[in-house]
Design a protein around this ligand. Structure first.
Ligand code: PEP
Ligand code: MN
Length: 338
């Protein structure tokens, strides 16, 4: 059983609920999130059933958990979650675009990218300052210097910043600069990291692990929500299949399934999903037509010179063309591009 306290619950109300359940012989697991507190109950079901939990002040819901996840599911919240990220709304009828280079390479490269994606109508600037690379000899990212550049680009353009956090140690420094913490595919089941970003209270973009099932992905998101952080977006970025023409197989059926199973927003990343720049535009349109709440697109001022993922990055002109075409699809399916 979990007790979801209302965001407006006072400390006294939380203490009263805890005292009542511990007094009844149960143990509690308390997650004091930035926006709300979740109280997990441990002990005999019989004892839980006797308590009038939903009648207690400050309690929003008391939910019996039979599956391994609950907070992410539509069963407990039928309406779409809309996340307010510094005034930009993600979810509901909005369609957002997160775009920028794979990696922050230099101040000039990043500022130029930011101006390009802003001019074409994106709301978020993406770019990795910490890069989880397959080879230790590949470019690993500019780390905190890269974060400073992202913050400067936000200052100049007004774009919100989404960037990856690769380990627990860097959660606080990335949170100081970014608007959204990205959990990369390679970390989707790094449960300690999921708990840490849950505790941070920051909006989180949770990418799908390259061999993760939808069920495992939902459980990963539950880790973040169970810490009291409900500001989570899923990001479908392709999975490993037998097909090797494309870098990954973009699983748009997973995006549609998540929209059905969960109230959280779903973003689609056709750049990593295909690995081939020519395929990004058609897949972006398909994602929006299929109900995605947003797109993540890699854009580079000069893809041929990119330090990572150049072959899937769009030129400024191709990104502009994508935005024009996506705009038509968005209007046709009743989505507002902010
Ligand atoms: C990225 O967004 O650049 C990235 C590393 O993505 P993924 O974790 O999906 O591979
Ligand atoms: Mn990349």
């Amino acid at each position: 059983m979990i007790i979801v306290m209302s965001p407006a619950a006072t400390q006294k109300e939380i203490d009263t609920v805890v005292a009542r359940v511990t007094g009844a012989g149960l143990r509690v697991h308390l997650s004091e999130g930035k926006s709300r507190t979740i109280i997990g109950l441990i002990g005999e079901k019989k004892l839980m059933a006797q308590l009038p939990l939903e009648a207690m002040a400050g309690v929003e819901k008391a939910i019996s958990v039979t599956a391994g996840y609950k907070l992410v599911s539509r069963e407990i919240k039928s309406e779409d979650t809309v996340i307010n990220i510094g005034g930009v709304l993600v979810g509901g009828t909005n369609l957002v675009v997160m775009a920028g280079p794979c990696a922050v390479e230099s101040r000039e490269q990043l500022l130029e990218s930011a101006k390009i994606v802003k001019a074409a109508g994106a709301q978020f600037l993406r770019g990795g300052a910490y890069k989880p690379r397959t080879s230790p000899y590949s470019f690993q990212g500019l780390e905190e210097k890269g974060l400073e550049m992202l913050a400067e680009a936000r200052e100049v353009t007004g774009l919100k910043v989404v960037t990856e956090v690769v380990d627990i140690q860097s959660v606080s420094v990335v949170s100081a600069y970014a608007d959204v913490l990205q959990i990369g595919a390679r970390n989707m089941q790094n449960f300690q990291l999921l708990k840490a970003v849950g505790k941070s209270g920051m909006p989180v973009l949770l990418k799908r692990g390259m061999a993760a099932t939808i069920n495992e992905w939902l459980h990963a998101a539950e880790y973040i929500l169970s810490e009291g952080n409900f500001n989570v977006m899923f990001c479908e970025r392709g999975i490993r299949t037998f097909e090797d023409y494309t870098r990954n197989t973009l699983d748009l059926s997973a995006a549609a399934a998540l929209k059905d199973l969960s109230h959280l927003p779903v973003i689609v990343d056709p750049s990593h999903g295909t690995g081939v720049w020519k395929l990004v535009r058609p897949m972006a349109k398909a994602a929006v037509a299929g109900g995605a709440d947003g797109l993540m697109i890699e854009v580079h001022p000069n893809p041929a010179e990119a330090l990572s993922d150049g072959s899937q990055s769009l030129t400024p002109a191709n990104f502009q063309a994508l935005m024009n075409e996506v705009g038509i699809i968005a209007a046709a399916v009743g989505r507002k591009m902010a």
